[in-house]
Design a binder for this molecule. Structure first.
Ligand code: DAT
Ligand code: MG
Length: 148
């Protein structure tokens, strides 16, 4: 089954949105395979956001993501990478549709609550960056037959 890396950013953790966000993905039918509250080192942050290293906001982005604990997660399910991105909404919360996580909870692009992998390649890379293999659990829930 497809897996993606999702991360509630420091603003989402500070604003007590972990439960609300986890609930959305659970209710959708996706399965949580791993999760942890963690602080991100500068080095890991720079690796994670490596594709943006030449952007003017890179420094701010790294400072923000290392400014407090994040809640890192691995979720699995059919087409979870693209579907999770849809549920998150557009990068800029002011453009994100109501009903999406960023559309419902965010106001500014610098504090947009959640990260989600944007392709199978980034999902693989980001899961490896944030999780050890034994932190990701594969198990079958009985409810699967009512989802698929
Ligand atoms: P996404 O998080 O939707 O994948 P992205 O990969 O283009 O978006 O950018 C990564 C993060 O960088 C994004 O969540 C918030 C920040 N960011 C993007 N564009 C920005 C901008 N123009 N000004 C400030 N921060 C920005
Ligand atoms: Mg991105």
């Amino acid at each position: 089954m497809e897996k993606t890396f999702l991360m509630i950013k420091p603003d989402g953790v500070q604003r007590n949105l972990i439960g609300e966000i986890v609930t959305r993905f659970e209710k959708k039918g996706f399965q949580l395979s791993g999760a942890k509250l963690m602080n991100i080192s500068n080095e890991k942050a720079e690796k994670h956001y490596g594709e943006h290293k030449d952007k003017p906001f890179f420094g701010e982005l790294v400072d923000f993501i290392t400014s407090g604990p994040v809640f890192a997660m691995v979720w699995e399910g059919e087409n979870v990478i693209a579907t999770a991105r849809q549920m998150m909404g557009k990068t800029n919360p002011q453009e994100a549709a109501p009903g999406t996580i960023r559309g419902d909870y965010g106001l500014t692009v610098g504090k947009n609550i959640i990260h989600g992998s944007d392709s199978p390649e980034s999902a693989e890379r980001e899961i490896q960056l944030f999780f050890e293999n034994d932190e990701i659990l594969s198990f079958t829930k009985d409810n699967q037959k009512w989802i698929y």
